[in-house]
Design a protein around this ligand. Structure first.
Ligand code: NAP
Ligand code: G4F
Length: 329
């Protein structure tokens, strides 16, 4: 039985990846940091909470990572833990750097010294491209132009991953993933903020949805599809870096329009207000993946299209609020 350690197990991608690996008969260890009250909601949603073995560790604490790698010596490590919210990274640049940059160095060092055969996946991001428009789409050869402390922290981690591969022969890969969403996406991210907001409006629990820049465009895919690409990267003969996305982009405005439509609420403009607090000091205007390499080498392709993704998220949030309201009756 293969073993995998997933950091960031309580986030969005951790549960989808864990489910995918469990179905492949892996033994899955999920790293959790010290919490007085950890939140298993996302794992509960996918009905896998009791199928994972939880282990303690914090990306800020190198000795906890050394202990884990030394004791488990897992076949694969998927490093998904991060301060992943771009919007907060200006106010929390130091924390963001410690978790997203130094934490990766600690993990790679632990692998190098205590389990050099462990394969390593680093959750890199399209945010690293930032302003690099590159004729409208980005691939593995596109130069980075990060626009936030978050993106900068991820560029460091990207290069450290490449460097451990080149310097020490560690099987270390970067998945440069474009935005991916799901019904368990964090509520701060724009897609889920919209679908949650729309569901509240539908049930009379809110009458406004405050957003920032509606013109930003993202290449939005489904998280459940993207975890397969993470796994495939670690099954190749040679470690490498891959862009993963859908090749289509849409504006926040288009997402809003569709979400209101799927909820059956006419005239979205009546509800959406622009609040400058949700605008960023430096915006990434548009991202679109050129994911030919992932298709050619990994044989991967996305399954869920944009419209289907919006519908899935709206329906899930409508269902959540309906269940809550039914319980209160
Ligand atoms: P997420 O929902 O924000 O989950 C991140 C996880 O990291 C959380 O479970 C969090 O734990 C954990 N974490 C934060 N600080 C930690 C620390 N000091 N020690 C240990 N764990 C810590 O993110 P996601 O959307 O699943 O994304 C997974 C990874 O992919 C992240 O690295 C993100 O930057 C990257 N990424 C995401 C996307 C995307 O569109 N989703 C695209 C490209 C790259 P708690 O639950 O305890 O807070
Ligand atoms: O949903 P977002 O916060 O995601 P963002 O900044 O693209 O980052 C996400 O995807 C990255 C991959 O490219 C990941 F690496 C990262 O960890 C994270 O998962 O914002 C998307 C866009 C931005 O342009 C933002 O300015 O939506 C715009 N936006 C407009 N109004 C808003 C809002 N974003 C948020 N969060 N909240 C708003 O009210």
């Amino acid at each position: 039985m293969k073993t995998a350690l997933i950091t960031g197990i309580l986030g969005q991608d951790g549960p989808y990846l864990a489910k995918f690996l469990l179905e492949k008969n892996y033994k899955v260890y999920g790293m959790i940091r010290r919490y007085s009250n950890p939140n298993f909601e996302n794992l509960d949603y996918l009905k896998i909470t009791d199928k994972i073995e939880y282990v303690d560790g914090d990306m800020n604490d190198d000795s906890s990572l050394i202990n884990l790698i030394k004791n488990l010596r897992p076949d694969e490590v998927y490093n998904l833990a991060a301060q992943s919210f771009v919007g907060s990274s200006w106010e929390m640049a130091k924390l963001t750097t410690e978790v997203n940059s130094l934490g990766v160095l600690y993990l790679l060092n632990a692998i190098k010294f205590f389990s050099p055969m462990t394969k390593f996946y680093q959750a890199s991001t399209s945010e690293m491209f930032g302003l690099s428009n590159h004729n409208g789409s980005q691939d593995e050869t596109t130069p980075f132009h990060p626009r936030s402390p978050y993106a900068i922290s991820k560029v460091y981690a990207y290069w450290m991953t490449v460097n451990f591969r080149e310097s020490f022969g560690i099987f270390a890969c970067n998945g440069i993933l474009f935005n991916h969403e799901s019904p368990i996406r964090g509520l701060q991210f724009v897609t889920r903020k919209i679908t949650d907001g729309v569901a509240k409006i539908k049930y009379g629990l809110a009458n406004k949805l405050a957003l920032g820049n509606l013109d930003a465009k993202r290449d939005w895919g489904f998280a459940g599809d993207y975890v397969e690409a993470m796994y495939l990267m670690l099954q190749q003969d040679k470690a490498d870096d891959y862009v993963v996305g859908t090749g289509e982009n849409h504006s926040v405005r288009e997402f809003v329009e569709l979400a209101f439509k799927y909820a059956g609420i006419p005239n979205w403009k009546k509800y959406v207000v622009i609040d400058p607090r949700f605008k960023r000091p430096a915006e990434v205007h548009a991202l679109r993946a050129k994911w030919d390499k992932a298709k050619k080498v990994l044989g991967w392709q996305p399954k869920v299209k944009f419209e289907e993704l919006v519908k899935m998220m709206v329906e899930a949030d409508l269902k959540r609020y309906k269940q809550q309201l039914d319980l209160q009756k």
